[in-house]
Design a binder for this molecule. Structure first.
Ligand SMILES: NC(=O)c1ccc[n+]([C@@H]2O[C@H](COP(=O)([O-])OP(=O)(O)OC[C@H]3O[C@@H](n4cnc5c(N)ncnc54)[C@H](OP(=O)(O)O)[C@@H]3O)[C@@H](O)[C@H]2O)c1
Length: 328
């Protein structure tokens, strides 16, 4: 295969593509690419390569992984490692790569949650799979109510000090724990770079719980995962459940989600998108990006065509008061 050469135009839209991540030196693209479901061993490697090349060629520099992405677990990182070797090694310093640990990864008491033992071992495994010496960002993937927060956070501090990660992040921690993490990390000069939470038109928990405000007020970036509600907020489900969709696989997105009420909402979103000459994903992402405090949206895509449609949001004009009213 011919050696990949990144597009020379990849930074042509820098002015509208990047946002500063909280109070830090890091700029992230408004659209980042996640490896949760579409890059595992079950996905064709050539399709994964096509999506990742498309991302990088269009200025997407931020790639989001976790130990358990696949399926099966671990293989999202393995695919990333293969693509790193074959295509992206010369561009390592242009990439902002993260991984996480927090969910069940291996058997026994040390392969889950938030202990120092798990986080340290997991990151070492991730680096091997991803064929990297360090990641740019390491996250605690979820709040662990049973491990002392000090233990989890000190492990993250030590990981950053060891150079295996450059920055610290947390995902899905409740507000009070987020406040604790912010203070603990700040006092140790390893500031919390970013919080990862699910924020989209139909799920606004981080906003309702004050997490987004806390991040904004304290110089912490915020990245929204599943910004298209796993594909619901696109044309895909307007007329039912397509055979090749995530919902048809019935694991993380089950058919019960597609209630008549939700379908009604999707048609409203379609009407707003049509009136703006946009695709639905574009409008849904533009809404997220218009929320104060949001740094980036973290999309999944099962094709480069989907990714390009999502990228259109960087050109969207702000939503009008009337559009915001319709979308609730
Ligand atoms: N921190 C956490 O706990 C957590 C949890 C979940 C996700 N994440 C991160 O967030 C990333 C994104 O999550 P997600 O995959 O749920 O994001 P999403 O962007 O909401 O959903 C992605 C799915 O939507 C569909 N889609 C995307 N763009 C489309 C378009 N333009 N037109 C039609 N359909 C489109 C595709 O579905 P089909 O596959 O059906 O084509 C795609 O697989 C993950 O990869 C992961 O990195 C983090």
């Amino acid at each position: 295969m011919e050696q990949y050469k990144a597009s020379e135009k990849r930074y042509d839209e820098s002015d509208i593509l990047y946002r500063r991540c909280g109070r830090s030196g890091i700029l992230l693209p408004k659209v980042s690419l996640g490896f949760w479901q579409n890059f595992g061993a079950v996905a064709p490697l050539e399709r994964s390569r096509d999506i990742m090349r498309c991302a990088f060629d269009n200025g997407i520099t931020h790639f989001d992984l976790a130990n358990n992405y696949g399926p099966p677990y671990g293989t999202g990182e393995e695919t990333f490692g293969k693509l790193m070797e074959s295509d992206f090694r010369p561009y390592r310093d242009e990439m902002f790569i993260c991984t996480k640990a927090g969910y069940d990864m291996w058997q026994g008491p040390y392969g889950n949650w938030g202990s120092r033992k798990y986080l340290m071992a997991s990151l070492d495994q991730s680096l091997k799979r991803m064929k990297l010496e360090y990641v740019d960002l390491f996250y605690s993937h979820r709040y662990d109510p049973e491990t002392p927060l000090e233990e989890t956070l000190q492990a993250i501090v030590d990981i950053v000090r060891s150079g295996k990660a450059l920055y610290a992040g947390i995902s899905r921690w409740p507000l009070e724990a987020l406040k604790f993490a912010h203070k603990y990390l700040q006092e140790r000069d390893v500031p919390l770079l970013i919080y990862q939470g699910r924020l989209n038109l139909i799920d606004r928990e981080p906003q309702q719980e004050g997490i987004l405000d806390f991040c904004k007020d304290n110089g912490i970036g915020f990245i929204s995962f599943s910004p298209l509600a796993q594909g619901l907020l696109t044309e895909r489900y307007l007329d039912g459940i397509p055979g090749d969709s995530r919902m048809s696989r019935g694991k993380s997105l089950t058919p019960e989600r597609l209630t008549p009420e939700l379908q009604g909402y999707l048609h409203k979103l379609k009407a707003v998108a049509d009136s703006r000459n946009e695709n639905m994903a574009q409008t849904a992402l533009a809404w997220i990006l218009s929320q104060e405090g949001v740094t980036s949206t973290l999309v999944g895509a099962s094709s480069s065509q989907q990714l390009m449609r999502n990228m259109q949001c960087i050109k969207s004009k702000p939503l009008s008061a009337e559009e915001i009213r319709i979308l609730g």
